[in-house]
Design a protein around this ligand. Structure first.
Ligand code: GZL
Length: 323
């Protein structure tokens, strides 16, 4: 009896201490601490990717340490080292370039922290420095861009097309694979002639600079501009118009990403084709991080399903893009 009374007093005391019995929000511990190194804010794609990852971390109840490297690999490496020191449960990052990660990833491995690659991949001789890759099949994006051009050449009845290419960040996965996929797919079609490839670093300002250079050098000889992202495309378009050409008519414009602003320009007819590259990778990242925390298997590579938008389609019913 005495014991029961004691327990009742104790429970009453706890209730009183906890504010007279009203329900206190239970502070739920985050299920997981995820360290994410984002490479920068260079494009609408990148900003959309960051926002999606932040939103999905909140939705999944995952505590997110997000660091923006402002386009510098050394900043990403420093961020990864901070995540290791902080002993996060999972590390994820979007590597700005493919080389130079082995040392820091060996440190993560020694710390027993799994690493997930998001968006882009790395080149490494060492085994299992990362668990998996979540990101687009950039080679296929290049192939899809080329396949549109082959159809366009048939439709225009052209016996040759002079192509200039504005590439993304040197030595990044999307730059290397979008270039390779495109060039491999047009190889063997003798209508296709590549005049020059220039690097625009995925930046709008550099896209404009590249286009000015190409117009000064080749002028009306240019039939096709293949640009590795919408940001550079949107930098190039005013340069084309200022030079007296109609983009989408005098020159075929092929771009990649598929953000709202570029889709609207496609609808206006100033871009002919946009290969989608979705930035919405957050849900897959959170699911993967939770699986790793719980010791469940994960897929070594996850590629989102992506579409091609072009002047061959009616885009009036296309839903808002969200980035
Ligand atoms: C692609 C991503 C690229 C985008 C660019 O997944 O890495 O980087 O295509 C962005 O817009 O800058």
């Amino acid at each position: 009896m005495r014991k029961r009374m004691f327990l009742l007093w104790m429970m009453l005391g706890c209730l009183l201490l906890s504010g007279c019995g009203e329900k206190q929000p239970q502070a739920t511990e985050p299920s997981l601490l995820l360290g994410f190194s984002q490479l920068g804010s260079e494009s609408s794609w990148r900003i959309g990717n960051t926002r999606d990852i932040e939103a999905k971390a909140a939705e999944y109840g995952i505590s997110l340490m997000m660091e923006n490297a402002n386009q510098k690999q050394e900043n990403q490496i420093a961020a990864l080292r901070r995540f290791i020191a902080y002993r996060v449960d999972v590390i994820a990052f979007s590597p700005i370039v493919e080389e130079g990660w082995d040392n820091v990833l060996k440190e993560a491995k020694q710390a027993g922290i799994p690493v997930v690659l998001v968006d882009r991949t790395i080149r490494t001789e060492s085994e299992d420095l990362y668990v998996c890759l979540i990101g687009a099949d950039f080679y296929q994006e290049g192939v899809s861009a080329a396949e549109y051009l082959l159809r366009k050449a048939d439709a225009l009845g052209k016996d040759h097309l002079n192509i200039v290419e504005i590439t993304g960040t040197e030595d990044s996965t999307p730059m290397r694979q979008r270039h390779a996929g495109f060039m491999d797919r047009i190889a063997g079609d003798d209508r296709m002639r590549v005049l020059e490839s220039v690097n625009g670093d995925f930046l709008k300002s550099r896209g404009a600079e590249c286009m000015r250079y190409l117009l000064e050098k080749y002028g009306k000889r240019i039939d096709v501009i293949y640009s590795h992202n919408d940001e550079m495309t949107m930098g190039a378009l005013p340069e084309i118009e200022q030079a007296g050409f109609k983009p989408g008519q005098d020159m075929v414009i092929i771009s990649i990403d598929g953000g709202q602003e570029a889709i609207d320009i496609l609808r206006e007819g100033k871009i002919n084709c946009i290969v989608e590259c979705t930035p919405m990778l957050g849900a897959t990242l959170m699911e993967t991080a939770l699986a790793l925390k719980e010791g469940r298997p994960v897929s070594p590579e996850t590629h989102p399903v992506e579409q091609v938008f072009s002047d061959e389609q009616d885009l009036s019913a296309l839903a808002p893009r969200g980035y």
